[in-house]
Design a protein around this ligand. Structure first.
Ligand SMILES: *Cc1c(COP(=O)(O)O)cnc(C)c1O
Length: 375
């Protein structure tokens, strides 16, 4: 089976984790501080590590004061995690539409959906691309609305000569097993807003004030001071050691991902049945490779997935629109034209560090076979 995505673990990664195991201090400790310091050097901004990308989003929302009655605008085309993080703060996710060219947020639709209750907008960096992020940041400055980037897909992506995470308001990354770099699981929040960083440092360890500082020294506080709602959302030393080791080879990881995506693009661009996304892989570090099947519907697309499976090719679907899921549906949700159109057409092809160009040739050949059979 050609896998859709997978982790890539080197001997050095393994040795870093083994070292933590041998020290027998597995929870949150000095390795988390080391990983955070490395990330801080990378982004040139303060970083706080947490247990997942989802908890990064939830804690960032909590840190800026998002609560019951507030609205958070978010593209419907995202992982369930983004919507659940908003719900976890008892706020209302307001689903926005996307642009067809890159499947990133539609600024026009976001503008329509801003109300007095809008506290935050979460752009989702689809497949690693970021869309018209600078215009969104300008809009945010004008309106006073906070921006939390769901940057789970865009670790390493550069936008207008700046690394994602190194500018803007708040950026949240995921280190789950298949993301651009992994810590097994995990995530981080990056922002120059020290208040947000310090709030999350407490909130991730059950709201215990200054507990993070003690943990960095492999210690625990004796008299806890608790004044806010906290969670057990910290990162462990095991995770941090793996994450730090992966971060050391981000340049190499980025190059391979970019070159595989460009190879797909070059070999698919003349295909009349396929619409490529407008993503420039000289700057984007892709997490997934998504194409649109021209004039398809859901059933025909699902048939393609089935045929590729018989050819031992695993594919994905990113994602089922969240505004159509029962838990998130509300009167606030409108018909989202582009989201509902592209949902019928999208399919995600394999992309991971161990994928070979000869396998991409085989995937494209099999895809053409499937399209011929169906059309
Ligand atoms: C992976 C992902 C998340 C959540 O990250 P986890 O680490 O899995 O919790 C959030 N948003 C998007 C778009 C993702 O792909």
């Amino acid at each position: 089976m050609i896998r859709l995505s997978k982790s890539n673990i080197t001997r050095k990664d393994i040795n870093s984790v083994v070292k933590v195991l041998q020290k027998e201090y597995l929870g949150m400790g000095e390795n988390v501080k080391i990983f955070e310091d490395k990330l801080k050097l990378f982004f040139k901004r303060p970083v706080v590590c947490v247990s997942s990308g989802t908890s990064a989003l939830q804690l960032a929302l909590q840190a800026i004061g998002v609560k019951k009655g507030d609205e958070v605008i978010v593209p419907s085309l995202t992982y369930v995690a983004t919507f659940q993080a908003i719900k976890a703060c008892h706020a209302t996710p307001v689903a926005a539409d996307i642009n067809l060219n890159d499947l990133n947020f539609s600024l026009d639709d976001i503008k329509i959906k801003i109300t007095k209750k809008t506290k935050c907008i979460i752009p989702v960096h689809y497949a690693g691309s970021v869309g018209n992020l600078s215009s969104l940041l300008i809009l945010a400055k004008k309106t006073g609305i906070r921006i939390i980037e769901d940057a789970a897909h865009s670790f390493g992506t550069v936008y207008k000569n700046n690394l994602i995470g190194s500018f803007g308001d708040i950026s949240c990354f995921s280190f789950d097993g298949i993301k651009n770099i992994t810590a097994g699981e995990g995530g981080c929040v990056v922002t120059k807003d020290k208040k947000v960083i310090n709030y999350i440092k407490d909130a991730r360890v059950l709201g215990i004030k200054n507990e993070s500082i003690k943990r960095y020294k492999n210690q625990k506080g004796i008299y806890p001071k608790v004044e806010i709602q906290g969670w057990r959302y910290h990162m462990s030393n095991i995770m941090a050691a793996l994450g730090a080791s992966q971060l050391d080879r981000i340049k190499k990881i980025s190059k391979i991902r970019q070159s595989l995506a460009m190879y797909y693009q070059n070999n698919l661009k003349k295909n009349p049945n396929i619409i490529l996304l407008d993503h420039d892989y000289r700057h984007i570090v892709p997490h997934i490779f998504v194409i649109r099947l021209k004039n398809f519907n859901e059933q025909k697309r699902n048939k393609v997935i089935k045929i590729l499976k018989t050819k031992k090719i695993e594919t994905g679907l990113h994602w089922y629109p969240n505004h159509l899921l029962k838990f998130f549906s509300s009167k606030k949700f409108f018909f989202l034209k582009n989201t509902e159109l592209v949902f019928n057409e999208i399919i995600t092809l394999p992309l991971h560090l161990d994928l070979k160009k000869i396998e991409i040739d085989y995937i494209i050949c099999s895809l053409n076979f499937a399209l011929k059979k169906i059309n």
